[in-house]
Design a protein around this ligand. Structure first.
Ligand SMILES: [Zn+2]
Ligand SMILES: [Zn+2]
Length: 231
């Protein structure tokens, strides 16, 4: 049977209380996808056909190269380059009208990375599971509220998923609980960014300057806004 990267126990992921729980789930999915694609999936002809067509984005090439032997990345590159030579560089370009239409529609927005595509599909499933578990289990509601924060993209993603997967009656309670987590972090990081800016005032110069928690305020604000840590 094909390996399922979304086989993740959601409640267990919420038992840890460290940063955004949805980032934790995303990171786990991403790690599994990278591991799988450079491991067992190398032998799956239908997956190789897809990776030959789509290739990967820069982030995921980097993660694959870091993770595994360079040979499996090279083998995928070899057949991906062959696919490009055979299909994208041969013949005449599509007529202007058609390519404009394609660019305006799905083509421009379509993910050109096999792992990103897997991740997007996997995240939709996981967000649905979070919503359904929240609605069905009181214990999980408590775990949810006890999270230290939600990053902004995952707050948005959860609110959108709630529209589909949580009953009308309960939805506003869920969105309220989620927005409390996102808002709490925003207020803290906003204060730290302000403190950071103040430290550039000449009155705060000198050895005894009190930076408080503001030294990594930029990094934390960027993480909050993007759900990704700066390298
Ligand atoms: Zn997040
Ligand atoms: Zn990608």
């Amino acid at each position: 049977m094909r390996y399922d990267i979304t086989n993740i126990p959601v409640a267990e992921m919420f038992e840890q209380r460290d940063g955004c729980p949805i980032c934790r789930i995303r990171n786990m999915l991403e790690e599994r996808a990278v591991e799988y694609i450079t491991g067992a999936a190398m032998m799956e002809p239908d997956i190789r056909m897809e990776t030959n067509k789509q290739g990967f984005c820069l982030d995921h090439y980097q993660q694959m190269i870091k993770k595994r032997n360079r040979l499996s990345v090279a083998l995928m590159l070899e057949s991906h380059l062959d696919e490009i030579a055979a299909n994208r560089l041969s013949g005449r370009p599509a007529p202007a009208k058609r390519s404009r239409k394609a660019a305006g529609q799905s083509e421009g927005e379509r993910s050109h990375c096999y792992i990103c595509t897997q991740l997007e599909d996997g995240m939709q499933k996981m967000l649905a599971t979070v919503c359904r578990t929240w609605e069905a289990q009181r214990d999980f509601q408590r775990l949810f509220e006890e999270q230290p924060c939600l990053c902004l993209p995952h707050f948005t993603a959860l609110a959108q998923a709630a529209d589909i997967h949580i009953s009308k009656k309960e939805r506003s309670y869920f969105v309220k609980a989620a927005s409390n987590l996102a808002k709490g972090y925003l207020e803290n990081v906003r204060a730290d960014v302000h403190h950071f800016c103040e430290m550039y005032d000449y009155r705060n110069a000198g050895e005894n300057a009190d930076w408080g928690n503001s030294k990594d305020a930029i990094e934390r604000a960027v993480w909050y806004l993007t759900g990704r840590s700066l390298e």
